[in-house]
Design a protein around this ligand. Structure first.
Ligand code: UT7
Length: 329
């Protein structure tokens, strides 16, 4: 029996620049019609040079703290899910810790690609069990467009930048959203279908070398699509079953926002009407680890989620990693 875990505050931040499909038509051989029909995406936000991952994370974190009625000094830990941090070192979590003025506070990044926020949430759940008074800042922040090849039309139209944050608390500080359960999964055997190889120890940078396509997102879209649908549908079914629930008991499903066709396929597999599925991929695109906390924050702030509702989150990303969480409002 796990000890109670809560989300006490939520916040999101989007970069100021919006890129529409028409804007992308001017830089790559694509069309609004192709992007909308194949992905459902109409626009996304692109971070500028003064908006690196840590700055997006900081802005989302401040809003989550305000929403929780807390000050930075009330926090006990910082976890940041990202695959597009400011640098290899220092970590984005340490940069964020410094920006919040929290010298000494433990802070680390979680590398689980698009599942990064849910990996962070489950890690926070474990920490709150160990430290019931913990108040943990869990952030998903990404500037994926920094790692996108704008000469590769099969990937560059999909991604956007942004950040979402949650303050996760334990039994010592009950919050208004209960984290009922969470599950994490991974399968490294198929990780080669979605990669950013360049710069790692197996794909070393050399002084003065030309940066090649291996330094950017490379994806076998069709295969990733199939894995994403199967994994998110399966893990959603498993977490529901483990909690004695069926999809019909869920008031809102918030899946990773990568592609409207993936989202619709998951809804079909779970036999859930699209009215019960949250969608913002049309305005936000795929923001990787930021996708779930941005969507969750929007769903709460727009009144789409009301007290008493059960909400199911599910994510899928490079690695492969996938995850799910069940929330009771
Ligand atoms: O967040 C991590 C998880 N990531 C995902 O979940 C992404 C999963 N994959 C997908 O969402 C889809 O596979 C894509 C949106 C990436 C691609 O859609 P698709 O329906 O699988 O298209 P495709 O890759 O099979 O390509 C179909 C055609 C190709 O042309 P030919 O070979 O049939 O002549 C592509 O060259 O569409 C072409 N194409 C484009 N055309 C215009 C690919 N990208 C574009 C583009 N604009 N941006």
């Amino acid at each position: 029996m796990s000890s109670p875990c809560f989300i006490s505050g939520l916040g999101l931040h989007l970069p100021r620049t919006t890129m529409t499909n028409a804007d992308l038509e001017r830089i790559v051989d694509t069309s609004d019609e192709w992007i909308v029909t194949r992905t459902g995406i109409k626009a996304r936000h692109f971070a500028q040079d003064d908006e690196p991952c840590s700055v997006l994370a900081y802005n989302a974190a401040c809003k989550a703290l305000e929403n929780a009625g807390l000050a930075p000094q009330d926090l006990t830990h910082i976890f940041v899910g990202t695959c597009s941090g400011d640098y290899n070192l220092p970590t984005t979590a340490c940069l964020l810790q410094d920006m919040l003025g929290l010298k000494g506070l433990p802070a680390f990044d979680l590398a689980a690609a698009c599942s990064g926020f849910l990996y962070g949430l489950e890690t926070a759940r474990a920490f709150t069990s160990l430290y019931p008074d913990a108040r943990i800042l869990v952030v998903g922040s990404e500037v994926v467009t920094a790692r996108v090849n704008f000469e590769d039309r099969t990937t560059c139209v999909l991604f956007g930048d942004g950040a979402g944050a949650a303050v996760v608390t334990g039994s010592g500080n009950p919050g208004r959203i209960k984290v009922v359960d969470a599950m994490l999964k991974a399968d490294g055997s198929v990780g080669g279908l979605l990669t950013i190889h360049g710069g790692g120890s197996a794909c070393k940078p050399r002084l003065g070398q030309t940066i090649g396509p291996e330094y950017f997102v490379q994806m076998n879209g069709r295969d990733v699509f199939k894995h994403a649908v199967r994994c998110m549908a399966e893990i959603s079914g498993t977490i529901l079953e483990r909690n004695g629930l069926t999809a019909g008991d869920i008031d809102l499903i918030i899946p990773h926002q990568a592609n409207i066709r993936i989202i619709e396929a998951i809804a079909k597999k779970l036999d859930v009407d699209m009215e019960k599925v949250f969608v913002n991929v049309d305005r936000i695109g795929n923001t990787s680890a930021a996708s779930i906390p941005i969507a969750l924050t929007e769903a709460v702030s727009t009144g789409r989620i009301q007290p008493g509702m059960k909400v199911l989150l599910s994510a899928f990303g490079g690695g492969f990693t996938w995850a799910s969480a069940l929330l009771q409002f």
